[in-house]
Design a protein around this ligand. Structure first.
Ligand SMILES: CCCCCCCC/C=C\CCCCCCCC(=O)N[C@@H](Cc1c[nH]c2ccccc12)C(=O)O
Ligand SMILES: [Zn+2]
Ligand SMILES: [Zn+2]
Length: 503
């Protein structure tokens, strides 16, 4: 029953017709169709060159999201034209319905030859954060290839995924592959400014159509290398949850006056003390709650003595492990709600005691806390009635998606990682410390997975939203290979028989 594509009556006719109709030469019944027989993920030299050139072209379009109100809309529209030209087979296929949503985002509905199978969704976004040329080895929107790397803003976040998904589908269709399981491709244009015009609208549209997804895959985690001292082997982390967020504005209003006779305390002084208290008082360490325990348990075997024993016996060593994790900013973000002072505004003239001081603090909420709990903690830490708190935006941490042997999305990712990256022996569930468009789809599925099939080192992580963002040509080609295999694996997936427990 769960395998059924659930569609509400309103749009049922249109969508069922689209999913079910077998038409043209690419239909599963036709002689030309490859049906769901396995196609090897081998690409010619010409195809490999075309792949990387297509990514370079995508990077050259400066699809920058500056703020909620401001983005480079000319570039966003150009990007839409670009993908249509780069992937003609996808955009002309009668298996695929293409819709532009929220002016610039793209939703592709890929018909499966077996519409009774529950669809899944592949997600990515093509807007990027701004990049000035300062500090870059090559201009950020040049898409230049140097020493085997394609450079530029979006190379890792997240034009690589947009292009890899479309590229893999293009190559499958060229080989006459006809997917069995229906799926969606959702390409957002405003993820960097929270996805309300893109992903949120796509999600609303799919909800009106009554779509329920088996699972979805978005950005948000990688195959990590050198992130943990003493763990030399790379490990794939599939994020099964994501932190919540709270943007809190702290404000102090005081009577303005002449700076020659200042009061004992000013709005700036009061606010500075408040935000300093927040910075100096970290939110509670929540280690031991949530999926991190499973992550560490799976990683434990990969360490040598005594770390393997320590991580394998958290019931005993929990206090030590949680303290060690606090020392590094990334692992610290995994164990608690983080507090980041990101904006501060006050003062109008050098000789005026300012009436107003404002600071904005960005909290990323640990999966075992709520927005309300964090606001209460902030009130207690600030402990000053003169400091007003205004919630600018908030959302709760995302639910934890299943990672057991019955979880189709997780199992498919795991299986595909094992076949495309045989050198990666460790695959663990994890927490995404940043936010993604995934959260707009919580009503559509409980299988929300964040994973990019790309190797990432700490210095690469710094390049995301930083300088010298780049991806190796080999890495990108493997990403295409991964999607190429994932789509086929989704077509041959069968639920494992649950373990029989002996009486
Ligand atoms: C023991 C295990 C060690 C594990 C190490 C973990 C390493 C972390 C590696 C990768 C982390 C990837 C982070 C993904 C970031 C997600 C995308 C992003 O940057 N989003 C932005 C913008 C954004 C999108 N929606 C919202 C909503 C609210 C605020 C901001 C955003 C972001 O999170 O700021
Ligand atoms: Zn991103
Ligand atoms: Zn980003």
């Amino acid at each position: 029953m769960a395998e059924l594509l659930v569609i509400l009556p309103t749009r049922a006719a249109v969508l069922l017709l689209f999913f079910a109709t077998v038409s043209g030469s690419t239909g599963p019944g036709s002689r030309e169709s490859r049906g769901s027989s396995r196609i090897p993920s081998q690409f010619s030299e010409e195809e490999r060159v075309a792949m990387k050139e297509a990514l370079k072209g995508a990077i050259r379009i400066p699809t920058v999201s500056f703020s909620h109100e401001e983005s480079n809309t000319t570039a966003l529209a150009e990007f839409g034209e670009y993908i249509r030209k780069a992937f003609p087979t996808v955009f002309h296929s009668n298996l695929i319905q293409h819709e532009v949503v929220g002016k610039y985002s793209h939703l592709l509905t890929v018909r499966g030859s077996d519409p009774s199978l529950q669809p899944y969704m592949l997600m990515a976004h093509f807007d990027v954060v701004p990049a000035s040329e300062e500090g870059w080895e090559v201009p950020p929107f040049s898409g230049l290839e140097q020493n085997g790397f394609i450079h530029g803003r979006g190379a890792l976040d997240n034009k690589n995924s947009v292009m890899a998904v479309l590229q893999a589908l293009e190559l499958l269709l060229i080989r006459k592959y006809s997917p069995k399981r229906p799926f969606f491709i959702a390409l957002g244009h405003d993820e960097e400014v929270s996805g309300t015009k893109g992903a949120q609208q796509i999600s609303a549209l799919l909800q009106t159509r009554g779509v329920q997804l088996a699972f979805l895959v978005d950005e948000g985690s990688f195959i990590l290398e050198d992130f943990i001292p003493n763990l030399k082997k790379p490990f794939a982390m599939i994020s099964v949850t994501e932190k919540g967020a709270l943007d809190l504005m702290l404000q102090v209003n005081m009577t303005p006056g002449h700076s020659s006779a200042p009061p004992k305390e000013t709005s700036i002084g009061i606010l500075s003390a408040a935000v300093s208290r927040l910075e100096q008082t970290p939110m509670p360490n929540m280690f031991g709650n949530g999926p991190l325990k499973k992550t560490l348990k799976l990683l434990a075997n990969e360490f040598s003595f005594p770390t393997n024993i320590i991580l394998g016996n958290l019931w005993l060593f929990r206090p030590i492990v949680s303290r060690v994790m606090e020392r590094n900013p990334i692992t610290n973000a995994l164990v608690r709600t983080t507090t980041a002072l990101t904006m501060f505004n006050a003062g109008i003239k050098v000789n005026v005691i300012p009436p107003l001081a404002q600071a904005t603090v960005n909290f990323r909420i640990h999966p075992s806390q709520t927005v309300h709990e964090v606001v209460e903690l902030v009130q207690n830490i600030v402990a000053d009635d003169r400091v007003q708190l205004h919630v600018l935006r908030s959302f709760e941490p995302l639910p934890v998606s299943p990672s057991d042997d019955q979880a189709m999305g997780y199992q498919l990712l795991q299986q595909t990682i094992q076949s495309v990256f045989p050198e990666v022996k460790i695959i663990v569930p994890g927490i995404c410390i940043g936010n993604t468009d995934t959260r707009h789809y919580v009503n559509l599925t409980n299988g929300l997975y964040r994973f990019n099939p790309v190797f990432l080192k700490p210095q690469d992580f710094s390049s995301v939203h930083g300088i010298n963002e780049k991806i190796s040509v080999e890495s990108y080609q493997n990403q295409v290979k991964f999607i190429f295999e994932l789509i086929q694996n989704a077509d041959t997936y069968s639920k494992p028989v649950p373990h029989q427990h002996e009486l």
